[in-house]
Write a protein that binds this ligand. Sequence first.
Ligand SMILES: C[S@@+](CC[C@H](N)C(=O)[O-])C[C@H]1O[C@@H](n2cnc3c(N)ncnc32)[C@H](O)[C@@H]1O
Length: 306
Amino acid sequence: MSVAAAAGAARAPSRMDELVAAIKARRGLANLDDAFVRERAERVLRSDGRIRKKLDASRDFAQFSRSREHEALLKAVRKELRAVYGVFQQREREGLLEEYERTRDGALLDEIMRAHTSTRERLAHYPEICAQLASRIPAPKTLVDLGCGLNPLAYLHFKDAGWSPYVVASDISSADMAFLERCFAAAGIPGETHALDLTKDREALMALRGDVALLLKLLDSLEETRRHVSYDVLSAIAAPWIVVSFPTRSLGGGRRISTKGRSWFERLLRRLAFSWETFEVENEFFYVCRKEGASDGKAARARKGA
Ligand SMILES: C[S@@+](CC[C@H](N)C(=O)[O-])C[C@H]1O[C@@H](n2cnc3c(N)ncnc32)[C@H](O)[C@@H]1O
């Protein structure tokens, strides 16, 4: 078949394709994978028969897009996507990476990290966090960073604290993972990335083996998508040490979040028979967890129970 014929035979976009494109046409959502957005849209369509009916009855997507149901659908899906992803996207970072690739100016790496809310808020505290972790956990050969955002770019801080691991990084967006791989190449960070939805890709998660797994400020986002998913995620992780953190202030450093908000997590750790230690830096509370039965000297220091 000629190239022109092959192009002509390309599938016309379905209503769902057009819907996904419409949902993503909003600041902060463009990098999400279509499949991730589609799944959220399908969930709303399953739960709201009125919207589903209107979509099915419309002549084409253009007609549907003029309806109130279209507005309601976009609003509901974007609300969820914003809560678990969009809200963390601070600014355009492509230009910063291009400049970093040209100049290798380390200050630009910090600027790239400011493009994600979590790393922006943590930037001044990395030396303290890395020193705390290094004093409790033996230096890992492989560090698995789940729902990583731009945290793997803090590699040099970990190096200063005595950790130089191979980094296995994962988050939901393939485009973000491709961006992170380019950062790894430019900054000389040894590692690889995987686009993974932790609320459903259990097999893929189990394949990411390492000595330490980081789940920083992640579990609230996962629970937002699927309640009680944290148990499945924590039990599937193939690493003896698991570091979990929670924000102690609402996004942007506002309201103080009560410790009661984390009591569910401590109940979960008991259920999983993990031992743990805690420490806190400004705006973030850390659990350094150890799977029971794993053995090395430091484990004995980790207290069991609350
Ligand atoms: C608060 S941010 C924390 C980012 C990073 N761990 C840090 O602390 O710097 C939450 C991260 O979880 C990711 N995330 C949300 N839902 C996810 C899912 N279902 N699977 C994997 N990652 C997810 C988001 O894309 C976002 O990067």
